[in-house]
Design a binder for this molecule. Structure first.
Ligand SMILES: *[C@@H]1O[C@H](CO)[C@@H](O)[C@H](O)[C@H]1NC(C)=O
Length: 402
């Protein structure tokens, strides 16, 4: 499963390296004489190598379906927040899913080594990784993670490789850069200056730091007991990553419901569903498209649905806020059935199994993207009064009725 801190660490590490792209001390000389340091470029390449290889190894070690190539039979439906493309890709023929799984292994286990095979292979690696991330962006709402993963892949492209992006012809940007580079090549070795030396010392120190902090990361990659998304130092700047080390075979959802009825167990009680911004709920609502935006609450509900509320007590915290019609909590939802009404008397969580409807099938013709089956209660009907002790024992502020 995906540790929640994995992305923050990746963001932190990418940003930390990015700082060193800024030419220390010699800011005034941008951009002519301050090419990015090789240490930083290799830092980015080393980062993307670890991200990819870590993700590939954790898969083949973590779940049988990555070894028998069936993971993609499930992934589109069971991934955190499916999008409409996933709805259709899910129905691809079996051999397409095998091919997708094999391609994933190729991109995560083989392509990373291209980085070390010279300029051309590094460029090929960068191009394939960017393509891979774009495919992932199109086929699921994995927040900003794929966009973030594109960043270190860019470190394989040099000016010559990126030249096609800029205006060519005499006087164009390509032309100017070429002239500059020629001029620079003609110049004698630059006299050592204080600023340059400071910068080199800083880069050298960075290189040594990253190499030193990489030791436990490499040991982890080599270990059959590999862990994913962990930091081995409090700075969290050289980490180990991974994603979808195991694939759930069935999609479960927690559906929050409220009722205005005073008696939650009366047979005529009407329960109304709260709707999240993106996660599956209403069967007729089209799966959403949000990348690179990230609805964190929807994402956490995906984790919550794997287990019971005892493992995710914050769900009860949320239920308490719904019982008080808490405006901030409700702003994270798409639909509050008790808007402009008294807050619900009771709130409960129901546990469902969700499946995509079949395109062109009976349910789809009825406008349903999903079909669902109730598993049982996720948490029992709760009212605000009964939650007082639960909140107090956890030192949560008790929600005020608005
Ligand atoms: C609520 O409804 C149930 C089932 O009809 C009934 O047994 C129970 O007495 C009711 N509770 C109250 C407080 O009315």
């Amino acid at each position: 499963m995906w540790d929640r801190s994995g992305w923050e660490s990746q963001l932190l590490e990418t940003g930390f390296l990015g700082i060193f792209l800024c030419p220390l001390w010699t800011l005034s000389r941008l951009p002519r004489k301050t090419p990015p340091s090789r240490v930083v470029l290799w830092g980015f390449r080393w980062l993307i190598f670890r991200i990819m290889l870590g993700a590939g190894l954790i898969k083949v070690r973590g779940d049988q379906c990555w070894r028998d190539l069936t993971c993609m039979d499930f992934h589109y439906e069971t991934q955190p927040v499916p999008n409409p493309v996933a709805y259709f890709l899910h129905r691809s023929p079996w051999w397409v899913h095998r091919f997708e799984t094999l391609s994933n292994h190729f991109l995560e286990l083989v392509v990373p080594f291209f980085i070390f095979l010279g300029r051309r292979m590094c460029i090929l690696h960068g191009a394939l990784q960017i393509l891979f991330q774009v495919v992932l962006i199109v086929s699921g709402n994995l927040s900003f993670l794929n966009w973030l993963t594109i960043v270190p892949s860019v470190a394989c492209f040099d000016d010559a490789a990126l030249g096609f992006l800029f205006p060519s012809g005499p006087g164009g940007l390509q032309d100017q850069v070429l002239k500059m580079q020629k001029e620079e090549a003609r110049e004698a070795r630059p006299t050592p200056m204080f600023g340059r030396m400071v910068r080199q010392a800083a880069n050298l120190a960075l290189g040594i730091l990253v190499a030193w902090l990489s030791i436990p990361v490499v040991l982890n990659l080599l270990s059959p007991k590999q862990v994913m998304n962990s930091s081995f130092n409090p700075l969290r700047i050289v980490n180990t990553y991974g994603a979808f080390g195991s694939i759930t075979r069935e999609r479960t959802e927690v559906i929050l419901q409220g009722t205005a009825s005073p008696n939650a167990s009366a047979p005529d009680t009407v329960w109304e569903d709260y709707e999240f911004k993106c996660k599956p709920g209403d069967l007729r609502r089209r799966p959403c498209l949000i990348s690179p935006y990230h609805y964190r609450l929807d994402w956490l509900m995906w984790f919550a649905a794997f287990q019971t509320y005892e493992h995710h007590e914050w769900v009860i915290h949320l239920a308490g806020k719904l019982l008080a019609n808490d405006a901030e909590a409700l702003s994270l939802l798409a639909l509050n059935p008790f808007a402009d009404r008294a807050p619900p008397r009771w709130v409960r969580g129901e546990h469902y199994r969700y499946k995509f409807s079949r395109p062109g099938g009976l349910h789809a013709a009825d406008g349903k993207w999903w079909i669902r089956k109730r598993i049982g209660p996720y948490f029992p009907p709760l009212n605000l009064r009964d939650l007082k002790d639960y909140f107090r024992s956890r030192e949560w502020p008790f929600p005020e009725l608005e």
